[in-house]
Design a protein around this ligand. Structure first.
Ligand code: GUN
Ligand code: ZN
Length: 437
């Protein structure tokens, strides 16, 4: 198969902009080239040098557009696609009123498959090439998720959501069936193509201690799998956890005491943490997943990015669709910026972009494969128009630095900024084909 050479502005990271000078953490080539071979990135360099070295490559010239690693959304609920932007509720009421009735529909295979297809079309249109998603309690919702992802060549993480209490009857499993179904699905999907299976208790209020223990035992059998759940999102939720688990030291302990805390754990939200919780999460190396559009939309609170980064946590960025109000990681970066501002910190554009790519990849422990443009990495690439609307164009025209060029797209951009998406080296976003030559 012929090599492909993508030409445009090229943004790649040399270091973590939270732990080095953000102005110097990235390499920005005004006219760069990325060579793709067999689903991987072969080389990244100056456009002229890449043309000379690979004269037989198929050239896709994107002119002034920006080539970046595809976005990595580290926490989402694909079954909530159809109820995104549902009005007027905070977490517990929002779950009972909108989410649980919608998730009950996924007993029907046709509903699961149709939603998964629609979800991944939306995700790709937004430049996202990896998601870590919850499915529903229904195994068929997991098969639908992985089938739709693998058909598009996407690297994804997903798992059957487990709950055996505090949800409607049609949405409950048991400790034993959650263990059995999760194990069967894990054995079927983990490592299949570009799929990873995540053991997925929804959150401790919807699992009995028996179910949490069963899933902890499963994780011990398959410790290289991620485990994803929710932690300390909203104050009434934390109070509810206190009542349900009177013996626990804190919310994190409701996972920890059942073997559900480890380096491959992904904790969504993690806003209202105690000093013991932050210290323990840091010690273990578990990841915190920041979901800023969700945190403002559902009224959850202000994640303290500067404090958590200062403590040395691994942190990913996520939409939390459909508690989050957008499928776009650009909108998500903008919300992260705004929440950090409300906490007194201005995140640098390099830090925001890193969170949406390499940072989330690192949270998922996939940083050796995705989240950056470098030789040997998977060829998952988003191509962005940095003047995609008149408002963005007129602001970017005044920019004096590369980061000033990018920041209007971060703050005001959406799917209109996405010109093309490559997953596993293949052009996936149909709208792009006319711009490639
Ligand atoms: N906590 C438990 N389940 C959910 C969910 O589906 N969305 C959000 N945002 N929080 C949760
Ligand atoms: Zn969530």
């Amino acid at each position: 198969m012929k090599d492909t050479l993508l030409l445009g502005q090229v943004l790649s990271f040399e270091s973590d902009p939270f732990r080095s000078d953000p102005e110097r953490a990235a390499l920005w080539r005004r006219r760069g080239g990325v060579v793709l071979r067999a689903g991987r990135i072969l080389e990244v360099g100056e456009a002229g040098a890449m043309r000379d070295k690979y004269p037989r490559a198929d050239i896709h010239d994107f002119a002034d557009a920006l080539l970046s690693a595809g976005f990595v959304d580290a926490h989402a609920h694909y079954p909530q696609t159809g109820i995104i932007a549902s009005w007027g509720k905070q977490l517990i009421d929002w779950l009972n009123h909108y989410t649980f009735p919608e998730e009950m529909r996924f007993e029907d295979e046709a509903c699961a498959r149709e939603t998964a297809e629609r979800y991944f079309d939306l995700v790709l249109a937004n430049g996202t090439t990896t998601v870590a998603s919850f499915c529903t309690i229904h195994p068929v919702s997991v098969d639908a998720f992985f089938d739709a992802a693998l058909a598009r060549g996407l690297r994804v993480v997903g798992g059957k959501t487990c709950m055996d209490r505090n949800a409607p009857d049609g949405l409950l499993d048991t400790a034993q069936s959650a263990y059995d179904d999760s194990k069967r699905l894990l054995e079927r999907w983990h490592g299949q193509g570009r799929a990873s299976y995540a053991i997925t208790p929804r959150f401790s209020p919807t699992s009995t201690p028996e179910q949490l223990a069963a899933l902890g035992a499963l994780w011990q059998e398959f410790p290289d799998c991620p485990m994803q759940t929710h932690l300390s999102e909203q104050l009434p939720e934390i109070e509810w956890v206190r009542q349900l688990f009177p013996e626990a030291r804190d919310y994190l302990d409701t996972y920890e005491q059942f073997g559900l805390l480890g380096p491959n754990a992904l904790f969504g939200h993690a806003i209202h943490l105690t000093p013991r919780e932050t210290a323990r999460l840091r010690e273990v190396g578990a990841a915190l997943i920041h979901c800023p559009t969700s945190n403002s939309f559902i009224g959850s609170g202000l994640f303290d990015m500067a404090a958590r980064m200062g403590e040395g946590h691994r942190i990913g960025l996520a939409t939390d669709t459909g508690g989050g109000s957008s499928f776009s990681m650009l909108r998500t970066m903008a919300a992260a910026y705004e929440i950090a501002q409300l906490r007194g910190t201005a995140l640098h554009p390099a830090q925001l972009w890193w969170l949406a790519t390499a940072g989330s990849a690192s949270a998922l422990r996939l940083a050796d494969r995705i989240g950056n443009l470098a030789p040997g990495m998977d060829a998952d690439i988003a191509v962005l128009d940095l003047a995609s609307t008149p408002a963005i164009e007129q602001r970017a025209a005044r920019a004096e630095t590369v980061w000033e060029t990018l920041f209007p797209t971060i703050m005001m951009g959406d799917d209109r900024a996405i010109r093309a998406v490559y997953a596993n080296g293949r052009l996936q976003n149909g709208r792009a084909s006319s711009s490639a030559q």
